[in-house]
Ligand binder design. Structure first.
Ligand SMILES: Cc1cc2nc3c(=O)[nH]c(=O)nc-3n(C[C@H](O)[C@H](O)[C@H](O)COP(=O)(O)OP(=O)(O)OC[C@H]3O[C@@H](n4cnc5c(N)ncnc54)[C@H](O)[C@@H]3O)c2cc1C
Length: 394
């Protein structure tokens, strides 16, 4: 019997686990090496768009995740006083892109992915590095605390501060600060009933989304110098910045405990890498193309990368060709949206809001346009292979 080929995945986040499942389904012998002591995602939610849900269909997980989904796309954009600038509805999103936008806890996604791997495939507490990327005539080598592993394919899914990226592309400048910080929290908010919304102020935004299990996912972002932290605690900081914004924001803030609030400065890769592979190593997710979260596509693109990589596992140049232009476009768009929703000038913000409100009345589906070419993407595998659209595969 032919021996199965060996893939080593460095990083057990969304990108790494999806790649591991996709390769395992393709007959690869897969080992995931995760530096952390357990597969613990950050305690926040994640939105998945129809593009990544189709990618999850390829690994048999799409329907399960759609069923678990809490939020199906109803909501809109508001001002800090509560005025709606635009509304979107789930049916319009589903009709336009052939499926819903969904929101679920990250732990739910990670647990579902890990459950599709053999238990022995995941090693935690295993920080790894690539000691040799390998070539057509020799395997790659990965160093782990328990010794070296040889691999026919290495998936570098080690996140935004990827050591593998630095090792493979030492001349690349790495990440830059995106100019803003973020807070996230998932909390029970007794009696909370409201439509999902994102609220844009001056240099500050807030988003609140009810989850299916009764909790609320809330996030905020604000222009700050890199590294700044609250002098007291992050709940107090949020109250100072958003405490007088519209309902339900004050009630959500009241329900949050300082220790539940996550704060992260946002960085992204401004200069695209020359390739997403070297030798037998392929980069996926934030390691390849970290982007600001303004389009909610970082994780979605990591999932797309993973299934496309499984498709092109024998031809990594084809993987780069399929993924680099698309993810570069999306990352640039995410940076542009960050400029728009983090505007600070009073006059500019007034013009922005008037334009948004007017356009939304004149063309209610206009806001979905920013997802065109993103949410309509289709994976190269079955059941989508024969239904490619040029717009969906830019
Ligand atoms: C505020 C915020 C909100 C966001 N919201 C969304 C959203 O709604 N939708 C969306 O699609 N995206 C969103 N994103 C982006 C998304 O979180 C990331 O793009 C996604 O998590 C990237 O997944 P990854 O697997 O590439 O990296 P990560 O999730 O960072 O995983 C990398 C893993 O590698 C491990 N690791 C690192 N180094 C090593 C090593 N040497 N050896 C072994 N393991 C190692 C780490 O411990 C980690 O587990 C958001 C990001 C932020 C900051």
């Amino acid at each position: 019997m032919a021996q199965s080929r060996r893939a080593v995945v460095i990083g057990g986040g969304i990108g790494g686990l999806t790649a591991a499942v996709a390769l395992h389904r393709g007959g690869w012998d897969v080992t995931v090496l995760e530096r952390a002591p357990s597969l613990e995602p950050v305690g926040a939610a994640i939105s998945l768009a129809p593009n990544s849900l189709r990618a999850l269909d390829v690994i048999g997980l799409g329907e399960e995740i759609r069923d678990l989904a809490a939020w199906q796309g109803d909501g809109g954009l508001r001002t800090p006083s509560g005025r709606w600038l635009s509304r979107t509805d789930a049916d319009a999103v589903a009709e336009r892109f052939g499926g819903p936008l969904v929101l679920l806890h990250r732990a739910t996604l990670m647990t579902s992915l890990a459950a599709r791997l053999p238990a022995e495939a995941v090693r935690t507490g295993a920080a790894a590095t690539v000691s040799d990327p390998g070539d057509t005539d020799r395997p790659a080598r990965v160093s782990t605390p328990d010794g070296d592993l040889e691999a026919d394919l290495v998936v570098a899914a080690d996140g935004i501060q990827s050591a593998v990226r630095r090792a493979l592309f030492p001349d690349h400048p790495g990440t830059v600060y995106s100019g803003f910080t973020t807070w996230r929290v998932v909390i029970p908010v007794p009696g909370a009933r409201f439509a999902s919304h994102e609220t844009w102020g001056r240099g500050r935004i807030w988003g609140s989304h009810p989850l299916k299990d009764g909790r609320v996912y809330a996030y905020a972002a604000a222009r700050t110098p890199a590294g700044e932290r609250a002098p007291d605690d992050e709940k107090a900081e949020l109250l100072r910045r958003y405490g007088d914004w519209h309902d339900p924001i004050p009630a959500i803030l009241a329900a949050g405990r300082p220790e539940d609030i996550l704060r992260h400065d946002v960085h992204h890769i401004a200069e695209p890498l020359p390739a997403y592979h070297r030798g037998r190593v392929a980069l996926v997710g934030d390691a390849a193309h970290a982007m600001p979260p303004t389009l909610g596509q970082g994780g979605n693109q990591a999932i797309e990368d993973a299934v496309v990589l499984a498709h092109h596992a024998d031809d990594l140049a084809a993987y780069t060709a399929a993924r680099l232009p698309r993810t570069t476009d999306i990352a640039r768009q995410a940076v542009r949206i960050g400029h728009l929703n983090m505007m600070t000038g009073r006059a500019g913000v007034a013009v922005r809001n008037t334009l948004l409100a007017t356009l939304s009345k004149a063309a209610p589906l206009l806001f979905l346009r920013s997802f065109e070419g993103i949410a309509d993407w289709r994976p190269p595998q079955q059941p989508y292979a024969s239904r490619q659209t040029p717009a969906g595969n830019r």
